[in-house]
Design a protein around this ligand. Structure first.
Ligand code: NAD
Length: 456
C-alpha cells in the first residue's frame, strides 16, 4: 500500500512536483548544491539507523554497509558538488564552413519530474546514487525503494523527509502494485534498477508516454581465467567480488571459465581465499544473508546441478548459504541459464579462447565481464569480440568504483549509464542551440527562383 504523504494520491503528488518544477526553483546551481548538501546532512544524521536497517534486512556488516552503500553515496555527493558548476556549463561545439558567423553550444537542462525505482541488493546506494544525478541535473524526483528491504525503505523515506519537501523529492514506499501505479503516470524520465524481466515492463509502460528510460539490469557476468593468468591474484579477486554481499551484486562474477590447464590450481586457490575472507559463510556472523526465502529456495535448488567442490552448507533459519563452488555442471542446468545472484559459483573449463568467445557471444550481452591474463593479444581478442556493459582486466567490480567510467549495461543487461558526470547527463536533456550573427548575411543560402527563371 501507498505510504501516506499528507494523504496525497500519486497523481496529486506528481502535479505538485510539476508545479514546483515550473517555478524554475530547481534549476540554479546554488539550489542544486544546497539540496545535495541537505541530502548529505540528512544521511549523516541517520547514518547509525541506516547501518542498523542494512543489518536487519540483509545482515550486512558495518564495514560492508559503510563502504558499499553509505560511503559510496557520500563520495558521489562530494564529487558532484565539486564538479557541478563545470558540468552545467554549456558546451561549445565547432561548426562547418556553412556556419560562418555562428556559435553552437549544447545546453544541459533538467527533464522535469523523474521516477527512480530501486532494487534490494544495495538498497540504499541504488536509490541514492541515481537521485544524486537527478538533483544535480535540476529535476524533481520520486524514489520507489524496494519492498524486500523494508527497514532500509523506511530509512530512505526518513532521510528524504528530513532533507526535502514532497513537492521536490519524496519517497513512495510499496510493492509491485505501487510500482505499477507509479509507472502508469507520465514522467519525464524513468531510472530503473532491477531485473531484466521487470525492465521490460518498465520500458513498455514508459513507451505509452514516450518517456525516456535508463535501465540498469542484470545478467550472467563471466570471469575468464586464461592459462597465462596470475592464478593467486585471480582467485583472490574473484572470491572477493563473488562473495561480497553473498553474491547478491549485479556485477558479481556469475560463473568462471578457466583454462583447463589451470583448473586444479584455480580451484585450490579460490577455496583457500574464500575460507580466509568469509569462513564457511553459514557460521560466519557477518556474512550477508539471502534476502528472503523465495531466493533461498531458488539458490539451494542449484546445489544439486553439479558437484560441490567446496561449500554447499545452508541454514534456512538464518537464510544463509555458504560460499560454494560447483564443478561438472549438468547440461541444461538452470544455474547456467538464470542470473545466479547468490553465493554459488559454477567453474567451467575451456581449451581454446575461441570456445570462450563462442560461449559468451551466443548468450545475452553480460552486464560485466572480467578477464585475467598477462597477454595483450588475449585482452585485445576478448575486447574486440565480446560485447558487455563494462568490466575489468585482472580485477572484478572495480570499474564501477571509478566515477569517470560510465556504468551501465547493453542489450539485455540494460541501456544508458550513470555515475559521476554520466549521472548528470543521464538526467539532463542536451539542448542544441545555434546562435547566428546579424552583422552579415550570406546570400548563398537563400533561393532566388525569380532570377533563375529570367535566365531560362
Ligand atoms: P526486481 O526487478 O524484482 O525489482 C526492482 C524494483 O522493481 C523493485 O522496487 C520492485 O518493487 C519493482 N518491481 C518488481 N516487480 C515489478 C513489476 N511487475 N512492475 C513494476 N515494478 C516492479 O529486481 P530485484 O530483485 O529488486 O533486484 C535484483 C535484480 O536487479 C538482479 O537482476 C540484478 O542484477 C539487478 N540489479 C542491477 C543493477 C545494475 O546496476 N545494473 C544493480 C542492482 C541490481
Amino acid at each position: 500500500m501507498l505510504a501516506p504523504i499528507e494523504q496525497l494520491t500519486i497523481e496529486e503528488l506528481i502535479r505538485k512536483q510539476r508545479r514546483f518544477f515550473r517555478t524554475q526553483a530547481t534549476k540554479s546551481l546554488a539550489f542544486r548544491l544546497s539540496m545535495l548538501t541537505f541530502l548529505k546532512e540528512s544521511i549523516k544524521h541517520h547514518e547509525a539507523e541506516i547501518l542498523q536497517a542494512l543489518e536487519q534486512d540483509l545482515n550486512k556488516s558495518e564495514l560492508d554497509a559503510f563502504t558499499t552503500e553509505i560511503g559510496f553515496v557520500y563520495d558521489e555527493i562530494t564529487r558532484t558538488t565539486r564538479e557541478l558548476k563545470r558540468w552545467m556549463r554549456p558546451k561549445r561545439v565547432r561548426g562547418a564552413s556553412i556556419h560562418l558567423g555562428t556559435q553552437s553550444e549544447v545546453m544541459y537542462e533538467p527533464y522535469g519530474t523523474v521516477l527512480v525505482i530501486a532494487p534490494w541488493n544495495y538498497p540504499f546506494q541504488l536509490a541514492m546514487a541515481p537521485l544524486i544525478g537527478a538533483i544535480a541535473a535540476g529535476n524533481t524526483a520520486v524514489v520507489k525503494p524496494s519492498e524486500l528491504t523494508p527497514n532500509v525503505a523506511q530509512m530512505i523515506t526518513k532521510v528524504l523527509e528530513r532533507a526535502f519537501t514532497d513537492r521536490y523529492v519524496v519517497s513512495v514506499e510499496g510493492d509491485k502494485d505501487v510500482a505499477t501505479e507509479l509507472l502508469a503516470q507520465k514522467w519525464d524520465h524513468i531510472f530503473f534498477t532491477g531485473s531484466t524481466p521487470v525492465g521490460k515492463i518498465v520500458m513498455e509502460a514508459a513507451a505509452k508516454h514516450l518517456t525516456p528510460v535508463t535501465l540498469e539490469l542484470g545478467g550472467k557476468s563471466p570471469a575468464i581465467v586464461h592459462e597465462d593468468a596470475n592464478i593467486e591474484i585471480a582467485a583472490k579477486r574473484i572470491a572477493w567480488g563473488k562473495w561480497m554481499n553473498a553474491g547478491q551484486t549485479c556485477v558479481a562474477p556469475d560463473y568462471v571459465l578457466v583454462h583447463e590447464s589451470k583448473r586444479e590450481a584455480f580451484l585450490e586457490a579460490i577455496k583457500r581465499e574464500a575460507f580466509t575472507m568469509f569462513g564457511n559463510g553459514v557460521g560466519t556472523k557477518r556474512f550477508t544473508r539471502i534476502v528472503n526465502e523465495i531466493h533461498f529456495n531458488r539458490l539451494t535448488g542449484y546445489l544439486t546441478e553439479g558437484d560441490v567442490f567446496f561449500g554447499g552448507q545452508t541454514d534456512r533459519d538464518q537464510l544463509k548459504i555458504a560460499p560454494t563452488v560447483l564443478t561438472d555442471i549438468e547440461e541444461d542446468a538452470n544455474v547456467m541459464k538464470d542470473e545466479i545472484f547468490g553465493p554459488i559459483l559454477p567453474v567451467l573449463t575451456y581449451r581454446q579462447l575461441d570456445e570462450v568467445i563462442e560461449f559468451v557471444s551466443s548468450r545475452p550481452h553480460p552486464l560485466a565481464l572480467y578477464l585475467f591474463t598477462e597477454t595483450k593479444a588475449v585482452e585485445q581478442t576478448v575486447m574486440k569480440h565480446l560485447t558487455f556493459g563494462g568490466g575489468c582486466v585482472n580485477d572484478v567490480l572495480m570499474h564501477l568504483t571509478n566515477p569517470n567510467l560510465p556504468f551501465g549495461g547493453v542489450g539485455e543487461s540494460g541501456m544508458g549509464s550513470y555515475h559521476g558526470r554520466y549521472s548528470f547527463e543521464t538526467f539532463s536533456h542536451a539542448k542544441s542551440i545555434l546562435r547566428n550573427t546579424t552583422k552579415f548575411d550570406l546570400p548563398i543560402r537563400y533561393p532566388n527562383f525569380k532570377a533563375a527563371e529570367k535566365l531560362i
